[in-house]
Design a protein around this ligand. Structure first.
Ligand code: NAD
Ligand code: UDP
Length: 312
């Protein structure tokens, strides 16, 4: 049994990770400032004596005694991370410095939730970990992309300089129950729009692609990486290589929800990556991990969640 700190533990991924680690018998400290996370995400865990919520901002130092740290704190959807871009960079950079300092003091192993945004609008397809990316340093997405890139740098400098045990995952678009209904990400947007009978808003011509990973698969990869040999530091891509255009996703959601909604076009946001697909050969080899949930099956679970949420 380990005592594990999860920053951003009340968010979409953090709540699923908390659940998984509690199920494995660990003690979980869920740290969150509730910027995009919600108490409702972890309400079922609160009665568990092995679970503890800590309202705290990772931009400030923290003193707790733990064996492992999963650093997930950071708004993840473009609407939320662009709302207060300076705070987004601070959360990634100051948050990483504070959590790495904590890991160094208590000799804890530390995981970083990095992102496919590291690759920017990629010129190499699919994206292997060896690709350095094509990121605009001064655009609307930069607060997130460059903040996460700097966090990766800090992780590797702490590894080289202080021998810290680090695990860095580059997470590709992940979806599932407990996504925030208003966070503007494409899967939640389309499902909520379809269920309410509103038009589905496709940005641009909808030919841009993404590869969507179901949350259970992703969490499995995250835990496998954390539990792997200390020699495996990453960065390692975690995502589902099945690639779809955004228009294909919209049509799939309409079909699965049996919605009468139509599709409308809206302006493509600046610097929106044209294509994205993870090369997961490293995760397959080093972690014996690959996703198993097909998009249609994962969407059905997610639709059922939002149907219930909207009815409440
Ligand atoms: P989310 O917005 O649901 O969760 C982020 C959590 O961090 C929230 O609970 C929020 O309140 C908390 N938080 C934000 N700023 C904080 C701060 N300063 N101090 C403490 N807590 C803070 O997003 P998510 O999808 O669960 O993403 C979790 C992590 O995974 C993020 O770091 C994100 O960048 C990364 N990631 C997610 C995806 C994805 O598709 N979901 C893809 C790539 C990377
Ligand atoms: N998108 C869209 N309609 C929406 C929300 C998003 O067409 O209502 C597009 C967006 O422009 C992008 C893709 O869907 O090309 C994925 O967007 P999301 O915000 O989910 O993630 P990210 O761009 O960070 O991969």
């Amino acid at each position: 049994m380990k005592r594990i700190l999860i920053t951003g533990g009340a968010g979409f991924l953090g709540s699923h990770l908390s659940e998984r680690l509690l199920r494995e018998g660990h003690e979980v400290i869920c740290l969150d400032n509730f910027y995009t996370g919600r108490r409702a995400n972890v309400v079922n865990l609160i009665s568990n004596p092995m679970f503890e919520i800590l309202r705290h901002d990772v931009c400030f130092p923290l003193y707790v005694e733990v064996d492992e740290i999963y650093n997930l704190a950071c708004p993840a959807s473009p609407i939320h991370y662009q709302f207060d871009p300076v705070q987004t960079t601070k959360t990634s950079v100051h948050g990483a410095i504070n959590m790495l300092g904590l890991a160094k003091r208590v000799k804890a192993k530390i995981f970083q939730a990095s992102t496919s945004e590291i690759y920017g609008d990629p010129l190499v397809h699919p994206q292997p970990e060896s690709y350095w990316g094509n990121v605009n340093p001064v655009g609307f997405r930069s607060c997130y992309d460059e903040g996460k890139r700097c966090a990766e740098t800090l992780f590797f400098d702490y590894y080289r300089q202080h021998n810290l045990k680090i695990k860095v995952a580059r997470i590709f678009n992940t979806y599932g129950p407990r996504m925030h209904p208003d966070d503007g990400r494409v899967v939640s947007n389309f499902i909520v729009q379809a269920l309410k009978g509103h038009p589905l808003t496709v940005y641009g011509d909808g030919s841009q692609t993404r590869s969507f990973c179901y949350v259970d698969d992703l969490i499995d990869g995250v835990v496998k990486l954390m539990d792997s040999s200390d020699k495996i530091t990453g960065p390692v891509n975690l995502g589902n290589p099945d690639e779809f255009t955004i228009l294909e996703l919209a049509e799939k959601v309409i079909k699965l929800t049996k919605s009468t909604s139509r599709i409308i076009r809206k302006k493509l946001p600046e610097d929106d990556p044209a294509q994205r697909q993870p090369d997961i050969r490293m995760a397959k080899k080093a972690l014996k991990w690959e996703p198993t949930v097909k998009l249609g099956d994962g969407l059905k679970e997610t639709i059922a969640y939002f149907r219930k949420l909207i009815r409440q």
